[in-house]
Design a protein around this ligand. Structure first.
Ligand SMILES: Cc1ncc(COP(=O)(O)O)c(C=O)c1O
Length: 454
């Protein structure tokens, strides 16, 4: 992290409240000022280069400096920098983008609804779900089940869906008809000796019991990230979606796949749900849709939900939901360029190759390390959980901030990672090569050794 404070760093620290940043850490260390990027690397103001193991915030999937996208943004900005999609308005590029998205959906989808962030997209999902059940004459069917350790956003409703107590405490959350069930966190939550499949069955049983306790006719939807991201990089245990899907179907509960991180190739399939063979009713996507070059989200609405909206059109009248920047033409141009590149560069195929390669390299290098408890993930969404005692899975004392120390040691070595407690995560650009994966693993292993020894 920045040790010498440059004037821009000082100015930033004294004028900006940073999201998801400790005020104390910011005062003590100042910000790390990134000023340019190319490919999988970024540079700070002092000219130091870093391999960006997080693709920004799991979003710059195509890497930095892609001229195809910046040109598309510039050209659209010049032609028409903004128009809206309220009141029957639109712009050609927005419809083109919606169609391109529908063509890439993992299951037949009827419509796309645009926003600018994962949070606003999940807000849209909640409202769609509630409208859907009102139109179906099921006004009692409104509760939402989410999971502990989930991350669905930072707005009032989506932070409530999120299952991270630190985002609830002091913010008077959660609010709304939201119920949390256990995280599918095999390493931490499965009883000793239980198989992944049995753990999935146990979670399914808990879900079913929760639904029965609340009454199935009061539960509207279940939200799930395919692989949990910000809550600790938690892939579902074997058979998880196979176990829960029939329960949701039986109780007429919609499944919302939050693919904000796992969409657009990150898991080595175009959509995360395709890696685990399940079919969502609604999909939330953002981040990778423009490779982070423009703020944009896209909600996918299945025929099951759309047909009800369409049939209820008279009752709805004007669909009273939307954002100024829903269907922003510049965002749509950026997305079209990004979608084209995902296809042309065969990004999904690359992840299917480099993801398992990087996982194996991490296991080869750190799998036996006494302070590495678990290495997990899918595709290019990988996490390494550090522990004090590997045998007992005992955590380091919280005040040691071990994960954060490793993050800082990695930055010293020119690698950006992210610490979720003591789980360090990687979600690099999806165009990562095997050589660059080796570089991440090497720098990371050295950073781990710097902090906790070998
Ligand atoms: C799975 C998931 N859903 C929703 C969000 C919220 O997206 P945003 O920060 O764009 O509001 C995120 C952000 O990281 C996410 O990881």
């Amino acid at each position: 992290m920045a040790t010498q404070r440059s004037e821009p760093a000082l100015r930033d620290e004294r004028s900006q409240l940073h999201p998801f940043t400790s005020i104390n850490d910011m005062k003590a260390e100042g910000p790390m000022m990134i000023e340019s990027g190319s490919g999988v690397r970024v540079r700070d103001l002092a000219g130091k280069e870093y391999l960006d193991g997080m693709a920004g915030l799991w979003c710059v999937n195509l890497g930095y400096g892609r001229k195809e996208i910046t040109d598309a943004i510039a050209q659209q900005s010049e032609r028409l920098s903004f128009f809206h999609t309220f009141n029957n308005m639109s712009v050609d590029v927005v419809g083109e983008c919606a169609e391109a998205l529908l063509q890439r959906a993992p299951v037949p989808m009827s419509r796309v609804f645009f926003g600018t962030s994962g949070s606003d997209a999940n807000e849209t999902q909640l409202k769609l779900i509630w409208v859907y059940n009102n139109l179906r004459g099921k006004p009692e069917k409104k509760k939402i089940i989410a999971r502990w350790n989930a991350y669905h956003g930072s707005s009032v409703a989506t932070a409530s869906l999120t299952g991270l107590p630190g985002m609830h405490k002091l913010f008077d959350l959660p609010k709304g008809p939201i119920i949390h069930v256990s995280a599918p966190y095999y390493y931490r939550n499965a009883p000793e000796g239980m198989s992944e499949r049995d753990f999935s069955r146990q979670l399914a049983k808990e879900l079913e019991e929760t639904i029965e306790r609340e009454g199935g006719d009061t539960i509207a939807a279940f939200f799930a990230e395919t692989v949990m991201g910000a809550g600790g990089l938690i892939p579902p245990p074997e058979g998880y979606f196979d176990e829960i899907m029939p329960i949701l179907k039986k109780h007429d509960i919609l499944l919302v796949a939050d693919e904000v991180v796992s969409g657009y190739g990150r898991l080595g399939t175009y959509w995360g749900c395709q890696s685990y063979g399940y079919e969502p009713d609604l999909i939330t996507s953002a981040k990778g849709v423009t490779s982070g070059y423009f703020p944009m989200s896209a909600v996918f609405i299945s025929p099951k939900v759309w047909d009800v909206l369409e049939a209820g059109a008279d009752q709805i009248g004007v669909f009273g939901h939307g954002y100024t920047y829903s269907g922003h033409p510049v965002g749509a141009a950026a997305a079209l360029a990004a979608l084209k590149l995902i296809d042309e560069l065969e990004v999904v195929k690359n992840v299917a190759d480099v993801g398992p390669y990087m996982m194996q390299a991490l296991k080869d290098r750190l799998g036996q390390h006494p302070h590495v408890g678990d290495i997990r993930g899918k595709g290019l969404m990988l996490g390494i959980e550090l522990v004090q005692d590997r045998g007992k899975k005992e955590t380091f004392p919280m005040q040691n901030r071990t994960g954060r120390q490793v993050l800082k040691a990695a930055a010293e070595r020119g690698l950006i990672t992210r610490a979720l407690g003591d789980t360090l995560v990687f979600a690099p650009p999806l165009v990562l090569s095997r050589g660059e994966a080796d570089e991440i693993v090497d720098k990371f292993a050295l950073a781990v050794e710097d902090v906790v020894g070998s």
